[in-house]
Design a protein around this ligand. Structure first.
Ligand code: CMC
Length: 430
C-alpha cells in the first residue's frame, strides 16, 4: 500500500500522499491541501518546501554529499573539464568524445558577441559593479535574439539559445571587467579551451603576448565545476520561478544573476575576502571578529560560514581548501597573510561553542576567494566567477522545468495587515 500521512484537523482526517525520491528522500504531497481544508502551509524561506522534482543534482546536507546526475562532485572536480560537466548537467549524461567535440565546436562558434554590445558596455559608468553589468547584458541578449523570448521554441532553437549563452557569458564577463578598468576589450580565441579563453580575455592586452598559466587554468576549472549546480538554491529557484512564467532563458538567467549577487548567496565570496582584508588591516586579531559574529547586537556575520542545507560540512569547501593550498604553493604564495587569517578563523570557529551548536562550518565561498585572489582575479569579479560556474546549472534547471511543463510558481501567504477600512479624503486624515 502506498505510504501516506494522516493530518487530523477539527477531528477530521485528511490523507496526505507521501512521495519518495530515488535517494529515498520523502515528502508529503500537500498539492490539494487548500482545496481539502482551506489551509495552506507556512514556511518562510522555504526551509522545508520541496518546490519541484528534479533529476539534476542530489545533495545530502547531513552527510555532506553532492552529486551531479549521480556523479560525486569529488570525482568530477578531480577528473572532468568544466564543459564536460556543463554537458552532463544540461543533457543528463557524460558526453562521448564525438558528442563533446561537437558541443565544444558549437560553443566556439558563438563566443563572439554582437558589436553593439560594446556600445551598451560603454554606457555604464566605470563605477558599475560587474555583476550588474553581467545581469543587464545577459538580459539584453533578448534584444539581439528576439526569437529567444518565444515560449514555443523547438528543440534546435532552444539548444541554440543554450549554446549562445554558454559561449558568450565568459566574453561578457571578461568585457564587463575590462570596461570597469577602462582597458581594451579582448576578443575570444577558439584555439583555447573554455577556461583558458576566459582568462585570456580577462588578462591579456593587445600590446603584449599573454601566456595562460596551466596551474591557474586547472584551479579555475575545478572552481567552476564545484559551482556548477546546487539544486534549489536562491538563484536557481529564481531562475525556475521566472522561467515558470514562460519567460525566456536569457531573462530567467539574468534574474538568477541578480539573486546570486546578494551577499548571503554568491556575493559572499567577495565579502569573505573583504572581511579577511579588514581583519588583516585591523591587526589580525581573529578572536575580535569571532566575538563580533557571536554578538546578537552586532549585525556582523562571519562571511563564508554557515549554510542552509549543509550541517556537518560543505563537500565543496573541503575540495577548495585543498586546492587553495595547492594553488598558493604552485604560485609561490604559500605565506599569504590572508590564507593564514582564514585558517586561524576557521580553527577558532570550529572549536567555538556558538558555531559548533549552530553547525556553522566553512562553506564554498570561504576559500574560493583566496584562490581567486591568488589567480589575480579582482575582488569585484569573484561573484561573476561564481555566475560563470553556475550557468550550466541554471540552464539545466530551466530546461527541466520547461520539459516537465511545470506550472507557474505562485506561493501563497498569510495576510497579517489591516482589516477592511474606508478611504478618507486627504484633508480629513489625522
Ligand atoms: N556568522 C554568525 N552567525 C551565523 C552565521 C554566520 N556566518 N550564519 C548563521 N549564523 C547564526 C544565525 O545568527 C542564527 O543564530 P540564532 O539561532 O542564534 O538566531 C543561526 O546561526 C542560524 O542562522 P540562519 O540565518 O537562520 O540560517 P540560514 O539557513 O537562514 O542561513 C546562511 C544560511 C548561509 C544565509 C547564513 O549562514 C549566512 O548568512 N552565512 C554567511 C553568508 C555566506 O557565507 N553565504 C554563502 C552561502 S554558501 C554559497 C551559496 O550557496 O550561496
Amino acid at each position: 500500500m502506498a505510504e501516506s500521512a494522516e493530518l487530523i484537523l477539527d477531528g477530521k482526517s485528511i490523507s496526505l500522499p507521501v512521495i519518495e525520491g530515488t535517494e529515498h528522500e520523502k515528502a508529503f504531497d500537500i498539492g490539494k491541501l487548500r482545496d481539502q481544508t482551506g489551509y495552506v502551509t507556512y514556511d518562510p524561506g522555504y526551509k522545508n518546501t520541496g518546490a519541484t522534482k528534479s533529476a539534476i543534482t542530489f545533495l545530502d546536507g547531513e552527510e555532506g554529499i553532492l552529486r551531479y546526475r549521480g556523479y560525486p562532485i569529488e570525482q568530477l572536480a578531480e577528473k572532468a573539464s568544466f564543459l564536460e560537466v556543463a554537458y552532463l548537467l544540461i543533457n543528463g549524461s557524460l558526453p562521448t568524445q564525438t558528442e563533446f567535440d561537437a558541443f565544444r565546436y558549437e560553443i566556439t562558434q558563438h563566443s563572439l558577441v554582437h558589436e553593439d554590445i560594446r556600445k551598451i558596455l560603454d554606457g555604464f559608468p566605470s563605477s558599475a559593479h560587474p555583476m550588474g553589468i553581467l545581469a543587464s547584458i545577459v538580459c539584453s541578449l533578448t534584444a539581439f535574439y528576439p526569437k529567444s523570448i518565444s515560449p514555443e521554441l523547438n528543440k534546435d532553437e532552444l539548444n541554440l539559445n543554450i549554446v549562445r549563452l554558454i559561449a558568450k557569458l565568459p566574453t561578457i564577463a571578461a568585457w564587463s571587467y575590462k570596461n570597469s578598468v577602462g582597458h581594451p576589450y579582448v576578443y575570444p580565441r577558439n584555439d583555447l579551451d573554455y577556461t583558458a579563453n576566459f582568462l585570456y580575455m580577462m588578462f591579456s592586452f593587445p600590446t603584449e603576448k599573454y601566456e595562460v598559466n596551466p596551474v591557474v587554468v586547472s584551479a579555475l576549472n575545478k572552481l567552476l565545476i564545484l559551482h556548477a549546480d546546487h539544486e534549489q538554491n536562491c538563484s536557481t529557484s529564481t531562475v525556475r520561478l521566472v522561467g515558470s512564467a514562460n519567460a525566456s532563458l536569457y531573462g530567467s538567467v539574468s534574474a538568477g544573476i541578480n539573486a546570486l549577487w546578494g551577499p548571503l548567496h554568491g556575493g559572499a565570496n567577495q565579502e569573505v575576502i573583504e572581511m579577511l582584508e579588514a581583519i588583516e588591516q585591523d591587526g589580525g586579531d581573529t578572536s575580535k571578529f569571532i566575538n563580533k559574529a557571536k554578538d546578537k547586537n552586532d549585525s556582523f556575520r562571519l562571511m563564508g560560514f554557515g549554510h542552509r542545507v549543509y550541517k556537518n560540512f560543505d563537500p565543496r569547501a573541503k575540495i577548495i581548501k585543498v586546492a587553495a593550498d595547492e594553488v598558493l604553493q604552485a604560485l609561490g604564495m604559500q605565506d599569504s597573510p590572508l590564507l593564514k587569517i582564514a585558517q586561524e578563523l576557521e580553527q577558532a570557529a570550529l572549536t567555538d561553542q556558538y558555531f559548533v551548536e549552530r553547525k556553522l562550518y566553512p562553506n564554498v565561498d570561504f576559500y574560493s576567494g583566496i584562490i581567486y585572489k591568488a589567480l589575480g582575479i579582482p575582488t569585484e569579479m569573484f561573484t561573476v566567477m561564481f555566475a560563470v560556474g553556475r550557468l550550466p546549472g541554471w540552464i539545466a534547471q530551466w530546461k527541466e522545468l520547461r520539459e516537465n511543463k511545470e506550472p507557474i510558481g505562485r506561493p501563497r501567504q498569510i495576510y497579517v495587515g489591516e482589516l477592511e477600512r474606508d478611504y478618507t479624503a486627504i484633508g480629513e486624515r489625522a
